[in-house]
Design a protein around this ligand. Structure first.
Ligand SMILES: CC(C)(COP(=O)(O)OP(=O)(O)OC[C@H]1O[C@@H](n2cnc3c(N)ncnc32)[C@H](O)[C@@H]1OP(=O)(O)O)[C@@H](O)C(=O)NCCC(=O)NCCS
Length: 207
């Protein structure tokens, strides 16, 4: 697959993978700069600083790959590739955030391309993305890269099949899936997501 033909890297910034431990503050500060609505979209309703700090710390320690977009040495966007061990069905989860000042310039698309290349290099067969059903920007970005989204209870969740050799923009925007498949995807997603949220919030720490 040649995703680089989709759109050139933004002229102003650069993209590279963060080193996990040392560059944690760069990811954390980027996430803390997100405005209230963006935090809501990114973290499915969780918006407080302490949650974001714990989340960034966890990413630095659990094998999550962070691909960052830099402008003048500051991280203005990030793509997260979470390791498959975090999901009950061993499907790696991905997430994106771009600060408002850097949006609609292809940054999200550039990060997505790099993330897919990284996932290929790791030998992953598919990726899962979850976002709010009203999140037009993320839905547009995900479908552009071939995600097959299903909708339920205010959330969209979808898979990107990395074994398919089709141009991502030729992929259907919303795939037809059976109700059983859709329900299973949502249940799996919710299980993984809420387990992560409970751990970061400290609710499940005794276990
Ligand atoms: C989703 C997000 C990462 C997109 O980043 P971005 O840098 O603006 O994305 P791009 O500029 O590469 O745009 C990607 C595509 O989405 C489309 N798009 C972007 N914003 C859109 C919007 N608000 N409505 C509709 N389409 C939109 C673009 O037109 C583009 O499509 P095209 O290449 O066919 O023109 C960014 O809006 C964001 O960080 N949102 C807050 C956090 C969030 O919601 N994360 C998702 C949870 S994982």
């Amino acid at each position: 697959m040649n995703y680089d033909s989709i759109r050139p890297t933004p002229a102003k910034g650069t993209v590279r993978t963060l080193s996990q431990q040392e560059e944690l503050p760069l990811l954390r500060d980027h996430l803390l700069r997100l405005d209230r609505a963006s935090r809501h979209d990114r973290f499915h309703g969780f918006i407080d600083d302490s949650f974001i700090r714990r989340y960034a710390e966890r990413c630095a320690n659990d094998g999550t790959v962070i691909i960052a977009y830099f402008e003048d040495g500051v991280v203005r966007g990030a793509a997260e590739l979470h390791p498959p061990e975090q999901s009950p069905d061993a499907q790696p989860e991905i997430a994106f955030s771009v600060e408002r000042s850097a949006r609609r310039k292809g940054v999200g698309s550039t990060l997505f391309r790099k993330l897919i290349a990284e996932a290929h290099a790791k030998g992953y067969g598919s990726l899962r993305i979850t976002t709010g059903a009203q999140n037009d920007a993320m839905r547009a970005l995900a479908t552009k890269f071939g995600a097959q989204l299903t909708f339920r209870h205010g959330e969209s969740t979808g898979s990107i099949d990395l074994t398919e050799q089709q141009q991502p923009e030729a992929a259907p925007a919303v795939a037809a899936v059976t109700p059983v498949e859709a329900a299973r995807a949502i249940v799996d997603m919710n299980r993984a997501y809420w387990r992560m949220v409970m751990q970061i919030s400290g609710w499940g720490r005794a276990a």
